[in-house]
Design a protein. Structure first.
Length: 238
């Protein structure tokens, strides 16, 4: 990790209007949770729905998309990335530094609100709040890596990311059972189920499949982004 790259990335990420989005979505989750707390006889079911659909299903992919693409896509689009690439710094280190920043920011704005929302809705009972908090941790890292890769390989990273999160995971994944196997949201839910127990949280993907897939996506996207960034450097030199 390079401290200078990390500092500049963090400043650029939080200094733009996207900083408002980073606050709005977590605030919405907390607001809904505060209003809903104590308002339903089925507190467990309500908590699972809110944390699963609004937290893991909406908050995390939106933040991952905004942050993951924001740490590098803007620099590539406006050409300012050439100043960074001109430095005697391995391209993989640039990617891993930006990914570290992306994961850290995604965690900051998703993990804490998810835990607080879970405690507001259901306290510490059945490990539901803890389960979804751990799920947000692992899913947030995978989303950040995937969307960082999209930011490197395409100028339409936001559109592609929305297509994956909204169309594939939310629409197709809800109606086509096989599609759930290729869903970061479902992998995170499997981790939540393992932490809280299958009687507290249900998942459509086994933990044995979810963990390797999370690792493959996170590590694979990081490697591919590093290779692609190195390719950009070579093209510029030629």
């Amino acid at each position: 990790m390079n401290p200078t790259v990390a500092r500049l990335t963090l400043r650029g990420l939080l200094g733009r209007r996207r900083g408002l989005v980073l606050l709005v979505v977590p605030a919405l989750l907390l607001l809904v949770s505060a209003i809903a707390s104590g308002s339903s006889a089925d507190a467990h079911g309500l908590t699972v729905r809110i944390l699963g659909q609004l937290g893991l299903g909406t908050l995390v992919p939106v933040l991952g998309l905004v942050v993951g693409t924001g740490v590098i896509a803007t620099e590539i689009d406006d050409g300012s990335i050439v100043y960074l690439l001109a430095k005697p710094l391995p391209r993989w280190r640039i990617i891993t530094t930006k990914l570290t920043v992306a994961i850290g920011v995604t965690w900051l704005f998703s993990v804490v609100p998810t835990l607080l929302a879970g405690l507001l809705l259901y306290g510490t009972r059945d490990g539901v709040a803890l389960g979804y908090t751990v799920a947000v941790l692992v899913a947030g890292a995978a989303y950040s890596a995937l969307f960082l890769l999209l930011g490197v390989v395409t100028r339409h990273a936001v559109v592609a990311g929305l297509g994956y999160a909204l169309i594939w995971e939310s629409a197709v994944g809800n109606f086509v059972e096989g599609a759930r196997t290729l869903s970061i949201q479902q992998w995170g839910r499997a981790v939540a189920e393992a932490v809280a127990g299958d009687t507290a949280i249900g998942a459509d993907v086994s933990l044995a499949a979810a963990v390797p897939l999370l690792l493959v996506v996170t590590v694979g996207a990081t490697v591919l982004a590093s290779v692609k960034l190195a390719g950009l450097t070579l093209a510029g030199e030629e």
